[in-house]
Design a protein around this ligand. Sequence first.
Ligand SMILES: [Zn+2]
Ligand SMILES: [Zn+2]
Length: 393
Amino acid sequence: MNTFMDRANELKDEIIAIRRELHAIPEIMNDLPATTKFVREKLVEMDLEPTEIINSGLAALIGGKKLGKTILLRADMDGLNMKEDSGLEFASGTQYAHTCGHDLHTAMLLGAAKMLKEREGEIEGTIKLMFQPGEEYFIGAKAMIEAGVLENPKVDAAIGMHVMLDAPVGAIGYQHGYTLSSVDGFKITIKGKGCHGAMPEKGIDPINAGIHVHLGLQELVAREVSGFETAIITIGQFSAGAVPNIIPDTCVLQGTLRTYSKEVREFLVNRIREVVDLTCKTYRATYEYEVLSEVPSLYTNPELLDEMLGYIKEMGEDFTFIKDSRATPTDDFAFIAERVPSAHFQLNCRVEGERGAFPHHHPKVVFDEDVLPVGAAVIAECASSWLKNNASL
Ligand SMILES: [Zn+2]
Ligand SMILES: [Zn+2]
């Protein structure tokens, strides 16, 4: 019988065409009207019945004819608020760009969906497709979970993926356990009391308090985190004052904490708040603490991952594997992985030579489209084999 890889190769031009159409119409956040319309039409062409469970968030089911479990396959569809400068003939002409490769994710999942629908009679259980908006802002997955994407039917396992640029097509990266970092974004507004620069004793200097907060936060990583753990605290904005001789009223610090282990994350989130509170008190300032983002580290279930890797190896293709492929960016698939056993794959697609020298989120980044049939086949294979082997458990 024709394998998923054979069929994906037959569909290669079609999947590439889908990717290019999506690439030319990037949209951002939880408002992707043109993208959603396009994806919905493709799903309807396949005889599927997509439901828009949140604005710009689609879910669709395949299978369900034979009893079994439910596996969720997730693709993100959003772009970034930046201009593209790739020089590609199908480049975006708008103020937005697909520089994270989510257009490839969507095209791959549509390719997998088509192949799985063609073999719907064989599927032992149900496949739930999830096309989400708002990944870059960590708002899409959460909104779809709240809208019930993990229920009716209840999802038993999930697969997520991201295109990576560490190696050429055919190299698949993975990590057991904590795979991508958590992110906790915060904004600290320190309130002092402005006064003449010549009479600091008449006021409360928020810049002085802010500097000590900054130092204190860096020292948390240096002095309170084990050498076997990873944590990054970055202050990306520090702003206060306007002129040399006036102490301002306020000082603003915005930053992020990124880490992997749940325990380290909880510890540092609490310690950041303590340092801010006690430092501000020390220097007689008050403050407001605003949480900007809270995304857990993406946890890949080790047993599920091993099972999926087994199915990929059985495909008999010439894939290479990059183990321990932990990465620092965050992915809001983590909210799903927190609730159901999940496997996450990194599908490499670096273009060789100078053209491939640019990273994700760069205006000139390019991805090798040969990854599209590979990704579609891998997802389809993992989903159908997992359902088959877990149907009666
Ligand atoms: Zn991104
Ligand atoms: Zn991304």
